[in-house]
Ligand binder design. Structure first.
Ligand SMILES: [Zn+2]
Length: 235
């Protein structure tokens, strides 16, 4: 049992009425540690990915990559709205997304990184479609709750949005999620990062039009995987 908070996770400072800290509830150090561990588990990042920072992205002579990093730094400073990054494989888009999520987690902000492939797996797990009525039923409560969390979480990064081929109701669910993230952005309530290889306009027009109301970065720099593998070797 924690001697500071007695296990409740909160305590009040023993100060007199009128003191600026009077009545203020403090999050106990013991739970703050648990919070960090919980955030790390929630993040969707491996221990190695959890260490990636924006500074790790090689921008030397890479104008578009440098612009991408600046946009990400802006997002970290003010994680609102939507930032969409597109461009060929291996130019640091994934690292950029993961670095943003890491920066959020380091500030104690709930943030999740997920690939569109995993996201769609959750959608498929969560629902079954009734063949006769075509209505969706919740199939797996845990998967369903996970999806709802992706809608509510303050910062969400969806990677490889165009790596999945989706049809009808799966697309509906994906569109629904992006719509909720979009409305969150409109309310100034949260931020979403999206990365993909193809042009934003390759997305269904409904999704593309929403993404284009916010920041869209085209990283046209070439493959930088050689320097990425160097980075991994230096870890
Ligand atoms: Zn405590």
């Amino acid at each position: 049992m924690c001697s500071t908070c007695g296990g409740t996770g909160y305590y009040r400072l023993d100060v007199e009425f009128g003191h600026p800290q009077f009545g203020r509830v403090i999050r106990c150090e013991c739970k703050a540690r648990e919070d960090v561990e919980r955030l790390n588990r929630l993040s969707g990042l491996t221990a190695t990915e959890r260490r990636i920072k924006l500074e790790d992205i090689d921008t030397d002579g890479l104008v578009a990559t440098a612009a991408m990093v600046i946009a990400c730094q802006r997002f970290i400073n003010n994680p609102r709205g939507i930032v969409t990054i597109y461009g060929g494989p291996g130019n640091g888009k994934t690292m950029a997304l993961q670095a943003c999520i890491n920066a959020m987690l380091d500030k104690g902000v709930e943030a999740v990184y997920i690939t569109a492939f995993d996201l769609l797996s959750y959608i498929r797990e969560a629902f079954t479609q009734d063949r006769a009525t075509r209505l969706l039923n919740v199939n797996d409560e845990n998967a369903y709750m996970r999806l709802r969390r992706f809608e509510r979480i303050p910062v969400l990064a969806i990677d490889e949005l165009d790596k999945v081929k989706v049809t009808d109701w799966v697309l509906e669910q994906l569109t629904d999620l992006i719509d909720r993230r979009y409305r969150k952005a409109e309310d100034g309530q949260g931020g979403t990062l999206i990365a993909m290889n193809d042009d934003v306009d390759s997305q269904p027009s409904w999704i593309a039009s929403r993404l284009k109301r916010y920041t869209v970065i085209h990283n046209e720099d070439g493959d930088m995987r050689p320097s990425l593998s160097q980075y991994e070797m230096n870890l």
